[in-house]
Design a protein around this ligand. Structure first.
Ligand SMILES: Nc1ncnc2c1ncn2[C@@H]1O[C@H](COP(=O)(O)OP(=O)(O)OP(=O)(O)O)[C@@H](O)[C@H]1O
Length: 318
């Protein structure tokens, strides 16, 4: 468990983290999202005792990180995969960590196996690809078999196989009852991996909810409908007579807002109109996130990427 209460960090006149209160619970992967400069890394550093809060508090496993008797056994972290002595071999790096924290050396082979780095155990860290360095960082985070994992962009540099691997790993760690706190810019990946989501912007909390609720409650109540061309005018009229808003989409379908998907299907059946497609809409995490954080983006280009945020959210099959 990670608990932040009114957590605040100021650097001079700049507020990086602004009164954040949230709880990251065990047994789930919690995604941590926010635009560049929103304060994610600072929050993670505060949780790991690397910076001190200006006000408020953050605890890991019920204590401030600095008060943990065996920190690596309580919380493992990956903040910067390249922050490793380049001259050390993979094995030596992990052995050093284990020895300095009273962790048995056999644990090194276990974590090397868990992250798939056995074959490069004797290679120097500076010769590793970014993807391998990420795996080494994850091995280091796991070395104390901790109940809490704090991972800042662990997917960076991983190829498709690596991304699938880390997704399965994080889900299995959460299923074992661990707390997994994961910052990532890869929305589609986070959507697949995280059970819960915490969104911040300019240091402030914007959302703290489970992923499904976040997507469902922020998605448009709309349905895509395709009928045979000769029936589409009649279908539209029937829908509009019931107060539905009906617009064509770019693929020759009606986008229907108002009635439920079930009601639309029943209406078509009642009037003996064939239905070739009936798709309830939901938005992607990325679209909802862009709309939510539009106002909280600190560094934006003049031709802003969120210029489209005002536009209607798209439709993906639920
Ligand atoms: N050591 C520091 N000294 C001064 N300002 C800092 C320091 N660390 C972070 N900041 C500032 O605090 C704010 C939050 O930065 P932080 O790195 O936590 O954001 P982030 O959400 O992790 O961003 P990114 O997605 O780009 O990694 C930024 O405005 C940053 O410039």
């Amino acid at each position: 468990m990670i608990e932040a209460r009114e957590l605040t960090k100021r650097y001079g006149g700049r507020t990086a983290v602004d009164g954040l209160t949230f709880t990251v619970r065990p047994g789930a992967v919690t995604g941590f999202l926010g635009p560049n400069g929103a304060g994610k890394s600072t929050t993670m550093r505060l949780a790991l005792g690397l910076v001190r809060p200006t006000a408020g508090s953050v605890t890991v496993a019920g204590r401030r990180y600095s008060e943990l008797a065996a920190p690596l056994r309580e919380a493992g972290a990956l903040l910067d995969a390249r922050a490793v002595h380049g001259g050390h071999t993979v094995r030596r790096h992990l052995l050093g960590l284990a020895r300095s924290h009273g962790i048995p050396a056999r644990r090194v082979d276990e974590v090397l196996g868990a992250v798939g780095l056995e074959s490069v155990a004797d290679r120097r860290a500076r010769g590793l690809s970014l993807g391998m360095a990420q795996r080494l960082g994850i091995a280091a985070a796991l070395i104390g078999d901790p109940g809490v994992l704090i991972l800042d962009e662990p997917v960076n540099g991983l190829d498709t196989e690596g991304i699938r691997w880390i997704r399965a790993l994080l889900k299995s760690l959460a299923a074992e009852g661990r707390t997994v706190f994961l910052a990532s810019h890869l929305m589609s990946e986070l959507e697949l991996t995280a059970d819960r989501i915490i969104v911040i912007g300019r240091g402030r909390l914007l959302a703290d909810t489970d992923m499904r609720t976040f997507i469902e409650s922020n998605s448009p109540h709309a349905t895509l409908l395709r009928t045979p061309a000769e029936e589409s005018g009649r279908m539209r009229a029937l829908l509009e007579a019931r107060g539905a808003a009906v617009r064509p989409d770019a693929h020759g379908r009606w986008r229907v807002t108002g009635p439920t998907t079930t009601d639309i299907g029943e209406l078509a059946r009642e009037h003996r109109i064939a239905v070739h497609e009936l798709t309830p809409c939901r938005s992607s995490l990325e679209e909802i996130y862009t709309a939510l954080t539009g106002a909280a983006v600190e560094y934006r280009s003049t031709r802003s990427a969120d210029a489209n945020a005002e536009e209607e959210l798209s439709c993906m099959p639920s």
